[in-house]
Design a protein around this ligand. Structure first.
Ligand code: SF4
Ligand code: SF4
Length: 367
């Protein structure tokens, strides 16, 4: 039987508009009641990367979370919310800044913080991910400076507690090594239902400093790999050119062959997102084919602090897994000999003050 993925249009974050679109997406999949049963404890896992407000398009929008809370309650289940933001940012600060703290208060929903950690296959995961009956994954449709895209599979890396996320980058520095731990985390915390927030998306230098795009879409399904594959197709990328999709598909954790996916609601063709610019290399790898590995050795990226924008908040310094950043009052320094290009600093900077520099060859290939 084919796995189902629903594509539903939603033009903005108006409360009623979102509620109706979320209801429609779940209804196309057979209704939220297929996934969530009466009396169950349901963890809602949004993408709360940092303390950025809804209008920045970095975190899953609070109205999307509100609509999912309602769906869970309509099933007679009990929702709670949890995520671990990037780097040294505390969950409490991220909940506050992203608008989740006030949403949780209005809705009377518990926001989880890490009290205990459970280590599974060497990965320290917030224990509350194991203290629920179901998990609903709410990724944001965005690019990612290290992995190309951050979608449903990548969003579950937020289960890793606090700064352990950066530590794992240090242990597995290359994208090829890191994707294994990313997919391990996904496999351990595999969600039961996914709703991707693509009402407002982000391309170019995502996941926090990119360009806002307005696809006006939700992509939903039971299978996170299939949802990511549809996301890739919507922006004109082959699903298996995204490392996390390729690794998860290889491990048979979901479907990446769209011949085996039934698209419900709108079609991919009528919802294509044009000119979605991805950092890094998936398109280039596809173009260069067998030569890609050789050429990639000469393409260089590195982070750099824009002193005009830097507010000396120290978040990047405290998040860097190899202590490569020194923040000074006038000129801050990134030790590029130490830097492992994990891009955590770029991800967590709340002021878009860390840009990705590229060498001549990267520019030639339009990266
Ligand atoms: S670069 Fe960004 S994160 Fe780092 S100190 Fe400056 S403002 Fe803070
Ligand atoms: S300076 Fe380098 S190693 Fe440190 S967080 Fe930034 S990209 Fe990662």
């Amino acid at each position: 039987m084919k796995t189902k993925v629903a594509i539903v249009r939603c033009k903005n974050y108006d409360r009623i508009e979102v509620e109706q679109a979320v209801w429609k997406a779940f209804d196309l999949l057979g209704g939220a009641g297929i996934f969530v049963k009466k009396g169950e404890k349901v963890l809602i896992k949004p993408n709360i990367l940092s303390a950025r407000p809804p209008e920045d398009g970095v975190c899953t929008h609070p109205e999307v979370i509100r609509a999912v809370i309602k769906s869970v309650r309509d099933c007679g289940a009990v929702p709670f919310i949890g995520d671990n933001p990037g780097g040294s940012i505390s969950p409490a600060k991220a909940y506050e800044g992203s608008g989740l703290a006030s949403l949780a208060k209005e809705e009377g929903v518990e926001l989880k913080e890490v009290k205990d950690i459970k280590v599974v296959n060497g990965i320290p995961i917030a224990a509350y991910f194991f203290e629920c009956d179901k998990i609903i994954n709410l990724p944001k449709m965005k690019t990612h400076s290290l992995m190309g895209l951050t979608g449903a599979v990548k969003n579950m890396y937020g289960a890793v507690a606090g700064l352990y996320k950066s530590e794992l980058h240090k242990k597995f520095p290359s994208p090829e090594e890191f994707v294994k731990v990313l997919v391990d985390t996904f496999e351990i915390t595999r969600p039961d239902l996914v709703l991707m927030d693509g009402v407002v998306a982000m391309d170019r230098q995502g996941p926090s400093s990119g360009r806002l795009r307005y696809p006006g879409l939700f992509v939903a399904g039971e299978d996170s790999v299939a949802v990511d594959s549809v996301f890739a197709e919507l922006i004109g990328i082959k699903p298996l050119d995204i490392l996390s999709t390729k690794e998860a598909y290889k491990r048979k954790l979901g479907e990446a062959d769209l011949k085996n996916v039934e698209i419900l609601g709108g079609s991919i063709k009528e919802n294509l997102v044009s000119d979605f610019n991805i950092p890094g290399t998936p398109e280039l790898i596809a173009i260069l084919g067998p030569c890609a590995k050789f050429v990639m050795r000469f393409i260089k990226f590195w982070p750099s602090i824009d002193e005009r924008l830097c507010k000396k908040c120290m978040i990047c310094r405290d998040s860097c897994p190899v202590s490569a950043i020194t923040i000074n009052p006038n000129k801050s320094v990134m030790d590029l000999k130490k830097c492992i290009r994990c891009m955590c600093c770029h991800e967590v900077c709340p002021h878009k003050a860390i840009e990705l520099k590229r060498n001549f060859l990267a520019k030639v290939f339009g990266l």
